[in-house]
Design a protein around this ligand. Sequence first.
Ligand SMILES: [Zn+2]
Length: 397
Amino acid sequence: MTEIAATERLYRTDSYAREMTATVLTANALHGNLEVVLDRTIFYPTAGGQSNDLGMLEGRKVLDVRGLKSETTVVHVLEGGAPLEIGSSVTGSIDWARRFDLMQQHTGEHILGQAFYRLEAHVIAVNMEREICTLDLEQTISEEMVLEAERTANQAIWAGHEIRCYEVHDSEISSVPLRRTPKVSGMIRVVQISDYDFSACGGTHLKNSSEVGMVKILRLERVKGGATRVHFICGERCLHDYRFKHEFAASLGLKYSTGVENVPARTEAMLEELTQSKRDLGNLRSRFAELQINAWLESDGSVIARELEDATLMNDLVKACAAKSGAIGIFGARVEGRAMLAIAVGTGANTNAGELLKIGLEQVEGRGGGKPDVAQGSGAKPEGLTAALEAMRQACG
Ligand SMILES: [Zn+2]
């Protein structure tokens, strides 16, 4: 196989080029798609934590773009296997909205990385391939550092720093004040944000820091080895995030009939009220169950065998009955096509709740268990519930 010429990566010299013409070097059908190598391209292949471009080539969708730094060519994966003639001229365009968004994230990452660097927190990894970007810092950082880095980064964005990309040979790279030691040798591409930041990077960047618009840190995460993962977004993603959160907060304010600024305090107060209400309800249920058990003991004698209409009261009734010395409570309920059984045995009643339950479970084809004073179970045969309650009542003599 003869070696093919390299793909000239046009995005390196002009990251704002949206359209191009190029010549087809190779075109191979693979898995129902066509893999095309061109002599030049504006399509960025996934690398360095930045996602690949999408777009159109000769009227066909570009599904993926691949090209390792170590390789000389960039592969464009086109939808469908229809061939392209070697040597023919093709036109292509990138999805500009996607690229601009990716450049906002990527350029913002450089700016935020420098802001942390000034606080002696060093970036060891980045990822901008998801909706929320991340950078990993070697150090543990405080909330104060987060606020300070966020402020520094946004001020650098608003300062309107000019951004330039150029190549320097590795023998002379020590003259450039790079923030991180480059991973490559030979010609090294430097991305310089005025006098604010110098980084070695092969990605696509904006021309001016002001185009990033804004950077917002969303949260921190501890990762392996004591590193800190910073989750952040830049540019228009901040606007979307702000819009969502503003509408959310405003709608809560409307519901509470108060201003947005009062929503946190109002929510806190409501949660406290809810906790108190749950406590009050629990107390009322216990009190109600106790009164109910007293009434049943009076009408039924010391053995109560009842099918409950409201199964949610079962636990409270069991508790109340188990607290009555000499009382035995046998409770049943039908819940979602199943038979529920519960037994409560008060002190001195001389009956084992678990043993008693077994008799009832036979009638409802059920399973369950418990302690000598309290036992519970359920079965798949609710039509056996009446017979189960009666069998257990009779077993108590
Ligand atoms: Zn970069």
